[in-house]
Design a protein around this ligand. Structure first.
Ligand SMILES: Cc1ncc(COP(=O)(O)O)c(C=O)c1O
Length: 426
């Protein structure tokens, strides 16, 4: 066995030095500043182990990628079986695996869905969604939320934080991307008023802003406005979909049917990359017209399709859904108790297993991240609001595991109060 597989003999610092030299110097600098530079070694279920030996309960789960935990045995078995029959397939051809997965996804997404375009990443699927909306409406303008994130693709990057696009001289002409505050119906109404917008691109619960929750009635109201103005509503469910809210898709819980839905991350089972844009007949009207309107060698690879079908089968099991609901309500009560002992925890934002914890410090989420790393918990602050810690157990975490995660969280908060705030913070 070489040291790629048996990592016990690898010196963590030497790998970090190599990463600085060849891979991601800027990123390492940020992790160092945060006080937590994990290098994943072994990984299993709720945990991964840093190369320095520490065991970490993963409640960041890479945005939902490890929605079924790390190295889920059933997903791995499905991939191994597929390797006995398939390779990635030929993306130009009709494919059994791709067709079966499309049929499943189309039937699972609320609304009048017809087509599925497969990609290798969420960002690519977002670009497909926007291009589809533009083609179908003949309009160029896109609305997105301030503080949202849709990946580092072409158009999607420009719909996210303008600063990130500007960095690469890739910002969109200002009159093509209209960015409105989340939860502001008036701003959305104004942006849609001209009747010239192709799509309202909605990250259903914006992760990078720390999971602010949509106000009651917000989504039905903007869906109604979109229908009136002939604008497509695109639900970016890369982080919120696949049962994280106790529903297959968060948009269903908020009572809306999107015209296009984008899924990714957890669809891969954390094992084989795959993402997709699911389109209504109208939104996908280019598909009968142009067979190569989108083309992606690795998009919808057949191995990925087999894995995704297994993922969908697992998350639709009644016991998985029941577990999500049970653990979510258990966490809601237990987090309130932690809050009563630690007023440093200002606000709990929760929908199912999507949880943002806002602390009483502009960088509170980042401070707790460092302490969590030293306490055996891997959690991560929200990128655009570092007062918030993202706390996202996987779907299969049971009550005892949830208790363990909570006790690690409380230990991390206590350590943070002692280390950075001069004792328990009242
Ligand atoms: C909400 C959302 N949309 C899109 C993306 C892009 O997905 P990917 O990283 O697979 O390109 C992400 C990734 O974090 C995301 O969180």
């Amino acid at each position: 066995m070489n040291d790629l597989m048996d990592q016990g003999s690898i010196n963590k610092e030497s790998i970090i030095e190599l990463a600085v030299r060849h891979v991601c110097p800027g990123r390492v600098a940020v992790f160092k500043q945060l006080g937590a530079v994990p290098v994943m070694g072994r990984r299993e279920g709720n945990y991964f182990w840093d190369l320095d030996g520490r065991k970490l309960f993963d409640v960041h789960i890479n945005g939902g990628t490890y929605n079924l935990g790390h190295r889920n045995a059933e997903v791995i078995a499905a991939l191994k079986e597929a390797l006995g029959h398939y390779d990635m397939g030929n993306h130009h051809f009709v494919s059994v695996a791709r067709t079966r997965l499309a049929e499943q996804l189309v039937s699972l997404v609320p609304g009048d869905m017809q087509y599925c375009v497969f990609t290798a990443s969420g960002a690519e699927a977002i670009d497909v969604a926007i291009r589809s909306a533009r083609r179908a409406t003949g309009r160029r303008k896109i609305i997105s939320f301030i503080g949202c994130y849709h990946g580092h693709g072409g158009i999607g990057l420009r719909a996210g934080e303008a600063e990130q696009a500007r960095f690469f001289l890739s910002e969109q002409p200002e009159d093509e991307i209209l960015r409105v505050p989340f939860n502001d119906q008036g701003a959305m109404e104004q942006a849609l008023a001209g009747g010239d917008v192709a799509a309202a691109l909605c990250e259903i619960i914006p992760a990078t802003s720390g999971f602010p929750m949509p106000s009651p009635g917000y989504y039905p109201a903007i869906k109604k406005m979109c229908v009136e103005k002939g604008t497509f509503l695109v639900a970016d469910e890369v982080q919120t979909g696949l049962m994280r809210t106790g529903e297959m898709w968060a948009c269903r819980g908020y009572g809306i049917e999107p015209d296009i839905l984008v899924t990714g991350k957890g669809l891969s089972g954390g094992i084989y990359p795959i993402a997709a844009a699911v389109l209504s007949k109208q939104a996908g009207a280019w598909l009968p017209e142009d067979g190569w309107g989108h083309s992606s060698t690795f998009g919808g690879s057949e191995l990925g399709c087999v894995v995704a079908l297994k993922v969908l089968e697992i998350i639709q099991r009644p016991e998985v859904r029941a577990n999500v609901r049970d653990v979510s309500s258990f966490l809601a009560g237990a987090l309130r108790e932690i809050q009563s002992r630690h007023p440093f925890l200002l606000e709990i934002r929760q929908n199912g297993l999507i949880i943002g914890l806002r602390f009483d410090n502009p960088v509170g989420g980042a401070l707790v991240t460092a302490c969590a790393f030293d306490s055996g918990l891997w959690a991560f602050p929200a990128g655009f609001d570092r007062s918030v810690l993202q706390f996202k157990p996987n779907l299969l975490v049971d009550r005892p595991a949830a208790e363990e995660a909570l006790s690690l969280l409380e230990k991390s908060i206590e350590l943070c109060e002692t280390r950075f705030l001069g004792g328990p913070h009242a």
